[in-house]
Design a protein around this ligand. Structure first.
Ligand code: ZN
Length: 330
């Protein structure tokens, strides 16, 4: 198999689903994932993380894990210097509230957890209840106040809740306290890391016991004071022009040191050039084709480096991501 042949192939991935006490059935019923149980909390759609390494579904690389493809065909990812696939894209379906948590940054992960990555993540809200709120940040002015409020269990006073709606985008930097609530369906794009510190779990029991908390480490990493909400929440509605949401183009939602996130709303057809080291794509709504291959809501795929022209047809919405490194942006 020549390098050229693989470079022109779309890497369609079979996801890895997880069972969680707060999980539900929407990832099966709305997205068609085949997993057992009514507690499916997450589907890791694009991941080479050892806790959920996706499998290529078709083509010449069929059956290979994404981590294997990364190691054996670095040319498909623009020969990036990173030693592992750097991003992870997952659907999260919360039937119940998730615990209040916070993630470390790379420096802390390297010093205390054997590295390699901390966890910077972002959320695109696919669905949520009317008048919903999320826990993002806190109201403590100093680290001392934070410690006191945590030790005294003054959660209502400490935790900051902000109103959100479907289509909102949120950037969760390391050190930001956060929690998804019941009724939310989100697409999360993150560094490929599973490092989470749980601060508070609403005193719930799992198999008769409270889940482990990581209070000391949480206090270590929580940013004080918290970033203001307007630097975290980006309403996609706000980015629309007078004619509504721009159609048929990759629209940049957010960029940070670790990733660039795009949204593409497709009506009938679109074309763009794959100019990134690789481009992750997830269909979040509708159905259509990508260079002739049928895709539908819930499908995840990677367009490799040097893939060239991308032709999309149908009516669908996609979220795309890539790393923030060398490429040609128009
Ligand atoms: Zn998180």
């Amino acid at each position: 198999m020549s390098e050229n042949q693989t470079e022109k192939q779309i890497l369609f991935l079979d996801p890895v689903c997880t069972h969680n006490i707060w999980g539900g059935v929407r990832l099966k019923e709305d997205f068609g994932y085949t997993a057992y149980g009514d507690d499916i909390g997450e589907c890791w759609g694009i991941s080479a993380h050892p806790n959920g390494d996706g499998t290529v579904r078709s083509g010449a690389l069929s059956g290979k894990k994404l981590s294997e493809v990364w190691n054996e065909f670095p040319n498909l990812f623009g020969n990036l210097s990173c030693d592992r696939f750097p991003l992870l894209v997952k659907f999260i379906d919360a039937k119940e509230d998730l615990s209040i948590q916070v993630h470390p940054n790379d420096a802390y992960a390297n010093l205390h957890e054997g590295g390699p990555f901390g966890k910077t993540e972002c959320w695109y809200i696919l669905d949520c209840p009317e008048d919903a709120t999320l826990v993002i940040g806190h109201h403590a002015e100093t680290k001392e106040a934070l410690k006191t409020m945590i030790s005294e269990g003054r959660w209502k006073e400490l935790l900051r809740e902000i109103p959100v709606k479907k289509g909102d985008f949120l950037q969760i930097d390391p050190g930001t306290i956060h929690a998804i609530k019941g009724g939310f369906l989100i697409l999360e794009t993150q560094q490929s890391s599973d490092l989470t510190y749980r601060v508070y779990d609403y005193d719930r029991l799992s198999n008769g016991r409270p889940r482990k908390l990581h209070v000391e480490k949480s206090i270590d990493v929580i940013t004080v004071p918290a970033k203001p909400p307007e630097e975290i929440l980006i309403s996609t509605a706000r980015m629309e022009n007078a004619d509504g949401e721009p159609l048929n183009q990759l629209r940049l939602l957010y960029t940070c040191a670790f990733y660039r996130i795009y949204k593409l709303k497709l009506k009938e057809e679109a074309h763009f050039l794959q100019r990134y080291p690789f481009l992750n794509m997830t269909v979040t709504e509708g159905a259509g084709t990508v260079n002739g291959y049928e895709v539908k809501k819930g499908d995840n795929f990677i367009l490799p480096f040097a893939f060239g022209d991308v032709f999309l047809r149908g009516n669908m919405e996609l979220i795309a991501s890539t790393v923030n490194s060398d490429f040609r942006e128009d």
